[in-house]
Design a binder for this molecule. Structure first.
Ligand code: SAM
Length: 327
């Protein structure tokens, strides 16, 4: 008796579903609806027959509905794929299409050599964030893409641990400030600061509308602003273990006794066999950074090596989980 084949054809097809959605986002389908295929092909200057194939495929994927030849966004596409939606993930879809797609194309070489694919896929050398931030537009696409996922996950990450009593929350590499904003929503009497590279800070100010303080700097080299709680959200998974140790040791030294560190990352289970989302993210980090995703036990070990006395991990059910370390 041979097993049902379904998992294999499904995975053979999986990239087609992603690419269909990416193409619809890139061509601006979700901003143009309600619209017919003929009108959209005139607007997008695309082939009418091919446009209809794309739009019908989007219907089958649950991104559009079709009535009398007119296509309309489903609630999911309206909320998460339309670029003007406050919850949009269009930035991350575009980033996946334009950048990650090409890096993942080289995954076999990443596995053979154990390194990211920026040089091979884009001909780029140098530090990883010089690739993510090659131009101001590339930086915005990347960080606003992360912002969409941050809006989904930061309230749960903040709610995962009791942060009452914190007076100054400093989000290191805080990007667009979604975590700092979620912290202030829950603890309105505290102060929150985003610390990030100088080129990021104008975007942080724009998106947070100056509701959080900002400091430009390099967390590996510059003094860290005094705080009784630091956060690193989707930061540790970017870096090699020696760099993580440098950063965590600096954070530990800057904290007062009993000071806290909130780590937001996707956790891998102890057997390292799931969840699939975390393992896919780990391969993603292989293609574009020096890092990977880790288990709660690994974060505990890393934090203790930097001097923290205890950690606790919470699976949030959101796109990031939350580990709290105490000095
Ligand atoms: N924490 C944000 C989030 O969850 O959306 C952004 C995460 S993004 C993967 C990494 C962030 O680290 C970027 O905002 C980047 O500018 C920042 N970063 C990278 N290297 C840094 C450094 N040496 N010092 C300060 N920030 C840095």
């Amino acid at each position: 008796m041979i097993p049902e084949p379904q998992i294999v054809p499904d995975l053979i097809d999986a990239f087609r579903r992603s690419k269909t959605m990416f193409t619809a986002v890139e061509l601006g389908v979700f901003e143009a609806t309600p619209i017919t295929a003929a009108s959209f092909s005139a607007l997008a200057r695309s082939d009418e027959r091919a446009t209809e194939l794309l739009l019908d495929a989007c219907v089958s994927l649950g991104l559009l509905t079709k009535t009398d030849g007119e296509y309309t966004n489903t609630p999911e596409a309206e909320t998460y794929l339309k670029r003007t939606s406050p919850h949009t993930l269009a930035g991350y879809a575009l980033y996946s299409n334009n950048v990650l797609w090409r890096l993942w194309d080289r995954l076999p070489d990443a596995v053979r050599e154990g390194t990211h694919r920026w040089p091979q896929a884009f001909g780029m050398q140098g530090p990883i964030f010089s690739h993510f931030f090659k131009t101001d537009e590339a930086m915005r696409t990347f960080l606003t893409g992360l912002h969409g996922f941050g809006m989904l996950s930061s309230p749960q990450a903040i709610a995962a641990h009791d942060l009452s009593g914190v007076e100054h929350f400093v989000d290191l590499g805080g990007g667009t400030g979604h975590l700092a904003l979620a912290f202030l929503d829950k603890y309105p009497n505290a102060k929150a600061t985003v610390f990030d590279l100088p080129q990021v800070i104008p975007l942080t100010r724009e998106i947070t509308e100056n509701r959080v303080a900002t400091i430009a700097g390099d967390f590996f080299h510059d003094p860290l602003p005094p705080a009784d709680c630091y956060a690193v959200a989707r930061i540790l998974h970017d870096w090699s273990l020696p760099k993580i140790q440098t950063l965590l040791t600096r954070i530990h030294q800057a904290l007062p006794a009993n000071g806290r560190l909130l780590i937001c990352e996707m956790l891998v289970n102890d057997a390292r066999t799931g969840p699939t989302r975390s393992l896919m993210q780990s391969l993603n980090m292989l293609t574009c950074t020096e890092g990977q995703e880790r288990t709660a036990a690994e974060y505990d070990q890393i934090c203790r090596a930097a001097g923290f006395r205890t950690t606790s991990a919470v699976i949030t059910g959101a796109p990031v989980d939350a580990v709290l370390a105490i000095k």
